[in-house]
Design a binder for this molecule. Structure first.
Ligand code: B3K
Ligand code: ZN
Length: 874
């Protein structure tokens, strides 16, 4: 496979203005008729051949303006069809046959359970019919779907239903019309025996919109939260961005087999059932919040993605980064904002930093790719969102809104670029964003080294910032970035933010300084007491910032920083320093000693009377093994695990009574609600229980068992069961696990949780459990959720067992990847990730991991895996 380059972009030779499709559904032989109204692109010369993408299609007929083409008038290949000569303007008719029942890649038209559904982004439409499958070709769609009256009573597509009727042989049809021109990646079709829940929304201009969520009958009771989230999102987008919905009907469909979370098809969003269905008895708080965020994300795409779309797939972050930023802002508004930010950043610094430091590192706007399906990454999504957040902070909220209004009005109905977006922000604010654009071009996480010095005599604080972006594959030289650093100076006497005066200008007590040079000095004057700097507040830029804080400094910031995010971060930094010592002690075989400063800091937290329990729960949570590993030059899996366990157990022993008190004080019989208050309270209670269970405290074990038996809600039940299964108390855990498995045997989403919590246990039998559970009747390699729940959870979260020194963890993952290469290349190329990160491990593990990558390379690889494996072995 050959890479595609951004620099080769040209508009298409022909564009489609109208697309008319007819689907005659059949599992093994669906017929698709396409009538395309085509014309030459005004920027391209006359006489160029017509190119249509197409994969795995059996061509039955082809005609131009009613004339069937002779065999020498066109040429068909593996990836498409070329018609040598076409008129300036013409109608193309084709008919193809496809086999949805054989489609295990879950791209194009496929079957999930008994129903038909589609996934076209990025390049799935070419598996449905011959078409210029690129986002800069936008057409109106009319779609007729024919199915069995009994098997497929419900036939859905984009837009509004305009006609329906009966046909011979027990068949029927519905015709749908979507008035908004769209690229084919937003096309969708769903057919099956589905039931709906309906609601209504009145838009800001007074239009009535019908809202429908379509599910299998047994899931009708699990849609309420998604519906409420949808209505909240619609209102929020009107208020925050002035964006109104533009059709009379908005549909969401839940399907069990889906590669990603969800898809923003125009008027017909298709969701992974795991990202839309909830019920207090079956879904955890985390799932409730995830559903809210994803429903919002897909809805927000209606403007940032659908009305204004991407010119080409290199611009993917134009819609994804912006839309993630929008859904993050929404979630922060309707939940606890500081907790949201802490959650986002701790995930980002663990997973995106690792991606940016690994063999598949790429810029937020890549300049080349082999398989675009590999670029739905944390970098495109989450780092893209961080860039938009920086832009918003740079221009200010008001100008940002002005800029987004300008963007939506100027480019409505068009396929555009990242420059188009940034130019709008520059225009309304008058800021020069030229240097800022490097954020989109440069891969790798910038590192800032900061140093500070207080001059008592003159009352001045000198802050030196030095930036550096490490080399990444294909990018050895980096230029300095424009980095907004939000900061405060916290007085060591007063514990307060001191007034900031920079270059004679007074900036209040919390300000943003702009780091543009490789090295830059900031001299704050009129500083009355010695300060400790609080840097990168709110994670104002996606960078690693190092400052030589002492542990006393960090304990001080943890107690005094006015920025909630940086208070949390000070606690994390303090714990990380203690962990460093313990990791070293473990490696050197020296006795481990707990740092009393950490214990004291945690004691203060536990005794604090704070309202935001969710924030407190975050502060009490230790950095994950994955994040600790991120900080180490050489990852020692066992030492990290041992050190972290040691900290957990030491804290549990020293603070046992306080933890038990917090646990008891936060128990509640109140009916389950996914409110921020209740979620915070459960989180706090469950963190306390985790500590108690780490030492298998008798009362802790009793509490976990009682919490499981009480069966109050899935958050509490799952947490208790996980702690029991991860403990040595098989006497309690085994019967509980069995009872849980039997109770939920028919609920596929709960069974996913049952799989995950078993294979993440630290005991040495975890890997054998994975192999055993792969034979379980509820498991299937064809279902992406099951693959993630079992294999993904094991390889991603059970570090000590995945990295076993006998290499069995690696072998297991490689075996699965090889099978998935045939079944579902997109999932194969994702699930392999932990194997590609061999560079930071000891030599023995490096060799084992590379050997498995080599074994995979011997296979007949899909483009997806080919790209990832070659990069990983480069
Ligand atoms: N836009 C989709 C991505 C699906 C791509 C899968 N290859 C989901 C989202 O970001 O909303
Ligand atoms: Zn998206």
């Amino acid at each position: 496979p050959q890479p595609i380059h951004l620099s080769d972009y040209r508009p298409p030779a022909h564009r489609v203005t109208r697309t008319e499709l007819t689907f005659d559904l059949d599992p093994g032989a669906t017929r698709v008729k396409a009538r395309l109204h085509l014309e030459r692109h005004p920027e391209r010369e006359a006489g160029e051949p017509l190119w249509l993408d197409g994969e795995s299609l059996v061509l039955k007929s082809i005609a131009i303006d009613g004339q069937a083409l002779d065999a020498d008038e066109y040429e068909q290949s593996d990836n498409g069809l070329r018609v040598h000569r076409v008129p300036e303007q013409f109608i193309l008719d084709t008919e193809v046959e496809i086999a949805p029942s054989e489609n295990t890649a879950l791209e194009g038209l496929y079957q999930s359970g008994g129903m038909y559904c589609t996934q076209c982004e990025a390049e799935g439409f070419r598996r449905i019919t011959f078409y210029p499958d690129r986002p800069d070709v936008m057409a109106t769609f009319t779609t007729t779907v024919i199915g069995g009256r009994d098997q497929e009573p419900v036939l859905l597509s984009n837009g509004n239903p305009v006609e329906r009727g009966e046909l011979p042989n027990g068949r029927h049809f519905v015709t749908w019309q979507d008035p908004h021109p769209k690229p084919c990646y937003l096309f969708a079709l769903v057919a099956g025996d589905l039931k709906k829940v309906e609601d209504h929304f009145t838009t800001m201009s007074g239009r009535e919109v019908t809202l429908q969520i379509w599910v299998e009958e047994e899931n009708l009771g699990k849609t309420e939260h998604a519906m409420e989230s949808l209505k909240r999102s619609m209102r929020w987008d009107e208020e925050a961005y002035g964006r109104e919905y533009d059709l009379d009907l908005f549909m969401i469909v839940a399907v069990n087999d889906f590669n990603m979370g969800a898809m923003e098809n125009k008027g017909l969003n298709i969701f992974n059932s795991a990202a839309v269905l909830t019920h207090p008895q079956t879904a955890t708080d985390a799932t409730f919040q995830r559903v809210e965020g994803i429903v919002a994300h897909e809805y927000f795409h209606n403007w940032s993605g659908n009305r204004v779309t991407c010119r080409d797939w290199f611009q993917l972050s134009l819609k994804e980064g912006f839309t993630v930023f929008r859904d993050q802002s929404f979630s922060a508004d309707v939940n606890s904002a500081p907790v949201k930010r802490i959650e986002e950043v701790s995930f980002f610094r663990t997973a995106q930093f690792a991606e940016d430091a690994g063999p598949t590192a790429h810029p937020v706007r890549p300049d080349q790719y082999i398989e675009i399906g590999n670029f739905y990454t944390l970098t495109i999504y989450e780092k893209g969102a961080e860039i938009v957040r920086m832009l918003c902070n740079l221009v200010g909220e008001e100008k940002f809104r002005e800029g987004s209004d300008l963007y939506f009005s100027r480019f409505d109905g068009q396929a555009v670029t990242i420059e188009d977006f940034v130019t709008c922000m520059a225009e309304v604010s008058g800021l020069d964003l030229t240097q800022f654009m490097h954020w989109y071009r440069q891969a790798g996480t910038p590192e800032i080294d900061a140093f500070g010095e207080y001059d008592y005599a003159n009352g001045q604080y000198r802050l030196l910032l030095r930036q550096r972006t490490p080399a990444t594959p294909g990018q050895s030289d980096k230029v300095p970035l424009h980095i907004p650093v939000r900061l405060g100076l916290v007085g060591t006497k007063s514990g307060r933010d001191l007034p900031l005066t920079l270059d004679g200008e007074s900036l209040g007590t919390d300000a943003v300084v702009h780091l543009r040079e490789q090295e830059q000095e900031f001299l704050f004057t009129d500083v009355d007491e010695a300060p400790i700097p609080s840097l990168l507040r709110g994670f104002s830029a996606p960078v690693k910032l190092a400052f030589p804080y002492s542990r006393e400094d960090l304990a001080f910031l943890l107690a005094n920083d006015s920025d909630g995010f940086n208070r949390w971060d000070a606690g994390q930094r303090l714990t990380l320093l203690a962990l460093d010592d313990l990791i070293a002690a473990h490696r050197n075989g020296v006795e481990k000693v707990m740092d009393s400063r950490v214990v004291d800091a945690f004691r203060v937290l536990l005794e604090e009377d704070t309202n935001d329990k969710a924030v407190l729960a975050e502060m009490l949570t230790l950095p994950s093994e994955a994040y600790i590993a991120e900080q180490q030059p050489l990852v020692d899996v066992d030492a990290i695990h041992a050190a972290r366990e040691f900290v957990r157990q030491s804290l549990a022993r020293e603070l046992r009574d306080e933890l038990l008190a917090v646990y008891r004080a936060n128990q509640s019989d109140a009916a389950y609600e996914p409110t921020p208050e209740q979620i915070g309270q459960r989180a706090l209670k469950n963190v306390a229980l985790s500590y108690l269970m780490s030492i298998e405290d008798e009362e802790g074990v009793e509490a976990a068992k009682a919490q499981f038996d009480a069966d109050h809600n899935m958050t509490d039940v799952r947490h208790a069961l996980t702690l029991l299964v991860h403990s040595s108390r098989a006497d309690i855990a085994d019967p509980a696990l069995k009872a849980f498995g039997q109770k939920w045997a028919n609920d596929t989403l709960v069974m996913d949780q049952w799989f995950s919590l078993q294979v993440t246990r630290p005991q040495p039998d975890a890997l054998e459990r994975v192999r055993y559970l792969m034979q379980h009747p509820a498991f299937s390699l064809k279902n992406p959720n099951k693959v993630r729940a079992l294999i993904g959870a094991f390889a991603g979260q059970n570090r000590i067992n995945f990295h076993r020194l006998d290499g069995e963890g690696y072998r297991l993952l490689a075996d699965v990847v090889i099978e998935l290469n045939r079944l579902n290349p997109e999932i194969a190329a994702r699930i392999i990730t932990p194997l590609t990160r061999w560079q930071r491990f000891d030599e023995q593990r490096q060799d084992l991991m590379k050997a498995e990558l080599e074994r995979i390379r011997q296979e007949d690889l899909s483009p997806n895996l080919y790209e990832v494996v070659t990069k990983a072995l480069a």
